[in-house]
Design a protein around this ligand. Sequence first.
Ligand SMILES: C[S@@+](CC[C@H](N)C(=O)[O-])C[C@H]1O[C@@H](n2cnc3c(N)ncnc32)[C@H](O)[C@@H]1O
Length: 287
Amino acid sequence: MTKSSRLDKKKQKKHETSQANNADRHVLYQKSVQDTDVELTLMVEKYKAIRGKDPLSFREDFCGTGLLSVDWCKSLDSRTAQGIDLCAETLAWGKQHNLEPAGEQVASRVELKLADVLEVSEPKVDVTCALNFSYSIFKTRDALCQYFEAARKGLKDDGIFMLDIFGGPESIDTSEEDREVDDETFEFVWDQDKYNPVTNEILCHIHFKFDDGSRIEKAFTYDWRLWSIVELNELLLEAGFSKTHVYWEEYVDDDDDDEYLEGTGNYIEVSEVEQQESWVSYIFAEA
Ligand SMILES: C[S@@+](CC[C@H](N)C(=O)[O-])C[C@H]1O[C@@H](n2cnc3c(N)ncnc32)[C@H](O)[C@@H]1O
């Protein structure tokens, strides 16, 4: 064996045993991006505040692995959920890793459906959500309005539609930001690769970085238009929703750092706020 083929073999072995090569990108995504406790609490709290009752039926648009749908049904025995996604591989992963381990009692109340969110309007539900900015794939007003109309059609007469949105000056930087994930041996990397100020289109990637120096490059890629809160509000009303509510996280001064504001996790309804470097806000629209 030549020196160079011995080196190739060594490299190959290093790659095969690396943390990146042995990791599952859906597990990494769920651990670093999704916080279903926070999302469920907010959804139920705001629905109750607006409608005065407990929401039971739920539709998760762009559901990916359906984690939120499963956790919705785990949260109360009388809850049902339908998750909708176009990607068969992701849905199959979700059935194997989220739905089946939840047990028959929960799994029998969750439907993970392979479909386009534009094409589904039954069964009508109390709450529909489109989270992690997934609606941003729709890049024109017409396309987004068409999606909002479809979401409204799938709601009961007193249903609520929930969206999240991110913004602030940092959201249009082309930059890469690493974030540690609690108790894990990997870091989450959010890469804002390109931003076009003419169209407000943004190209982003998620990479994962491991303790042993290995990486998963472009585990997920997002080709989006960045919408603003006012545009979403206008389009929701155009699509037939009767009213929208914007919720903003309450911040308090950090005792140790004068310049830093700490999020409380409490979201309050707002119509005017001070700009922040980066923010995530939620919109709830009444059918
Ligand atoms: C950003 S992921 C969201 C995953 C998960 N909902 C979350 O909150 O983290 C976007 C998902 O939307 C799905 N998707 C994109 N276009 C879609 C469409 N028109 N109808 C249904 N699913 C779609 C993709 O397959 C992908 O799984």
